[in-house]
Design a protein around this ligand. Structure first.
Ligand SMILES: Nc1ncnc2c1ncn2[C@@H]1O[C@H](COP(=O)(O)OP(=O)(O)OP(=O)(O)O)[C@@H](O)[C@H]1O
Ligand SMILES: O=c1ccn([C@@H]2O[C@H](COP(=O)(O)O)[C@@H](O)[C@H]2O)c(=O)[nH]1
Length: 237
């Protein structure tokens, strides 16, 4: 028996790079897809929001003098490329997936239509949401919170390179300690950079818990879905 019937899985684009400098690492994406297949086989419905940090971040383009909104649209297109790669890897591994984009690219992917997404989930298909929220100045973490609330997910699972939320960025501070649980208010007031404040605030307001865990740890997704302790849980109280 799984702890959740429906999850929103946020996959970090950067985590999909593995040890590569750019793009998607074949072994990492294959392992990730197989782990998604394991939890769907348990009867858990899976919606995915994928990031784009392995290809392009709007903030990086903006810092080099690009118009920020234009750079953000490029970032959103990068997430669509990742979504297509993820869905294709699912196909290869025998999992049925549908990509839905928040911006219209009709020849390539179908647009995001909420009732259609709900139908796919009920049919047991994995739905991969590309193009974030469809708006510049946001991130795919906020898209995960938004889509998670819209599709009635019971939890947002942020699968990333670190194994939870720490008192400081563990990549920069070796003394940082990991929280088992933390409240939304504490995560925001401590300005913990693992997720943006908009995403935390939306999940807090919708009472949608977040669990941050490492996608690089074999079996972690299954353990989370089975309700076992893994990473950090963010809740209202
Ligand atoms: N307090 C903290 N606890 C844990 N991680 C932190 C913290 N502060 C900063 N980080 C950093 O946050 C990063 C979150 O990474 P992630 O790749 O998921 O970002 P993202 O922008 O959501 O994803 P993407 O790569 O898709 O753009 C980690 O790499 C980690 O080093
Ligand atoms: O709703 C959104 C989501 C994303 N973007 C842009 O895409 C990149 C990549 O997303 P990450 O969350 O960093 O993986 C992001 O840096 C933004 O530039 C967006 O504009 N709106």
């Amino acid at each position: 028996m799984t702890a959740y019937n429906r999850i929103l899985l946020k996959l970090s684009g950067e985590a999909l790079m593995g040890d590569d400098a750019f793009g998607i690492n074949h072994d990492v994406i294959t392992r990730t897809v197989q782990e998604i297949g394991d939890v769907t086989a348990l009867g858990c419905q899976v919606a995915v929001v994928i990031g784009g940090g392995n290809i392009f971040r709007g903030v990086a383009g903006g810092s080099k003098g690009m118009d920020r909104a234009t750079a953000d649209y490029m970032g959103m297109l990068a997430t669509v490329m990742n979504a297509l790669a993820l869905a294709d890897c699912m196909r290869v591994n025998g999992i049925t997936a549908r990509v839905m984009s928040a911006i219209s690219i009709d020849q390539v992917v179908e647009p995001y239509v909420r009732p259609k997404a709900l139908q796919y989930l009920e049919e047991g298909k994995v739905v991969v949401f590309g193009a974030g929220t469809g708006n510049p100045f946001f991130t795919t973490d906020t898209a995960a919170a938004l889509r998670g609330a819209e599709v009635g997910a019971q939890v947002v699972l942020k699968a990333t390179k670190v194994d939870g939320i720490y008192t400081a960025d563990p990549k920069k501070d070796p003394q940082a300690r990991r929280y088992d649980t933390i409240t939304f208010d504490e995560a925001m007031s401590r300005n913990l950079q693992v997720m943006d404040a908009t995403a935390f605030a939306l999940c807090r307001d919708q009472n949608l818990p977040i669990r941050v865990f490492s996608i690089l740890k074999p079996g972690a997704l299954r353990r989370v879905v089975m309700g076992e302790a893994e990473g950090t849980l963010v809740t209202q109280h």
